[in-house]
Design a protein around this ligand. Structure first.
Ligand code: ATP
Ligand code: TZE
Ligand code: MG
Length: 273
């Protein structure tokens, strides 16, 4: 599997998949640039009049709940329905779900209408999707009432999807296999949108891959490793501003050879070969 993911990192740059986003107003530009850095081609389009056409020509659709409104929900549902019809993978980021009733009700409605291929969120957002007690404060991860692996597996089964829970140790599952990724750095939580960008990058890789699990693993490990390496580039006195620039440098230059050497990915605590 590691070899296949490594090849996928290379192939994605050659294929340059178009990734349609309906996303939030906070991190939209960073998501576009993260998509380019990972080898994809971003397009942000949320007008109800054009989303179906845009999704139809895309390799993946990324839906991000960060700043939802009535119109954006209609646009999301239309685009996702079209993606389902044409077998185009949908990556869903449930930003802030659990923080307000509106978000939680909206997500329930949306996921009853359409199917998603990958759910990528922090632990309290994902816990809220399955009604596990969670303290989501705004968009940041909070405490949850169950262990991460159980939450990820239950969510994957409920929505018949691959689930990526990001955090210090990322948990990735299709409901059966569970994989852990230990790359990353605390500093990734000091820049708004590193989770959103992770969903965009997953969009690139699932758009170029035949395996959803491999695409999801490629995306989450890519961000973790880039973050880790971006911290190593910091000199004394440099903070989050330089870190963000370093992160984009790493995202755009990370090779599959370096990834193979430095990725920390385990299945049931066995290294993935
Ligand atoms: N404590 C940590 N140590 C190392 N890496 C972390 C830690 N917390 C998060 N990460 C990494 O940071 C990235 C973003 O994940 P995070 O869970 O912070 O997303 P998020 O809360 O949705 O962020 P945002 O809403 O700002 O986009 C992932 O690559 C994840 O692995
Ligand atoms: C801060 C914030 N608020 C809504 S979306 C967003 C970006 C990070 O999730
Ligand atoms: Mg988030």
């Amino acid at each position: 599997m590691k070899q296949k993911i490594s090849e996928l990192l290379k192939e994605t740059r050659e294929k340059n998949p178009l990734v349609h986003h309906i996303t939030n107003a906070v991190t939209i530009n960073d998501c576009a640039n993260a998509t380019l850095a990972a080898g994809g081609s971003p397009v942000m389009a949320d007008a109800i009049e054009e989303v179906e056409e845009m999704t139809s020509i895309s390799s993946a659709l990324v839906i991000n709940f960060g700043t939802i409104k009535k119109d954006s929900l209609v646009a999301m549902e239309k685009a996702m329905r079209k993606a389902n019809e044409k077998d185009i993978p949908v990556v869903f980021d449930p930003v802030g779900v659990g923080a307000t009733t509106y978000r939680t009700k909206s997500v329930q409605w949306l996921l009853e209408q359409v199917k998603v291929t990958v759910i990528r969120g922090n632990v309290s957002e994902v816990a809220s999707l399955i009604g596990v007690e969670a303290k989501t404060s705004g968009v940041d991860a909070g405490e949850v009432g169950e262990d991460k692996t159980t939450i990820a597996k239950k969510t994957a089964k409920k929505y018949n999807t691959v689930v990526v829970i990001s955090g210090e140790i990322d948990v990735i599952t299709d409901g059966e296999r569970v994989v852990y990724v230990e790359n990353g750095h605390q500093m990734l939580t000091s820049v708004s949108g590193t989770g959103c960008m992770t969903a965009s990058i997953i969009g690139c890789f699932v758009g170029a891959s035949r395996s959803v699990l491999e695409g999801a693993l490629a995306g989450i490990s890519y961000m973790g490793l880039a973050g880790e390496r971006a911290v190593k580039r910091l000199k004394e006195g440099e903070g989050v501003g330089t870190f963000k620039i370093n992160l984009f440098d790493e995202l755009s230059t990370l090779t599959n050879t370096v990834w193979e050497k430095e990725v920390k990915m385990y299945e049931a605590k066995q290294p993935i070969l």
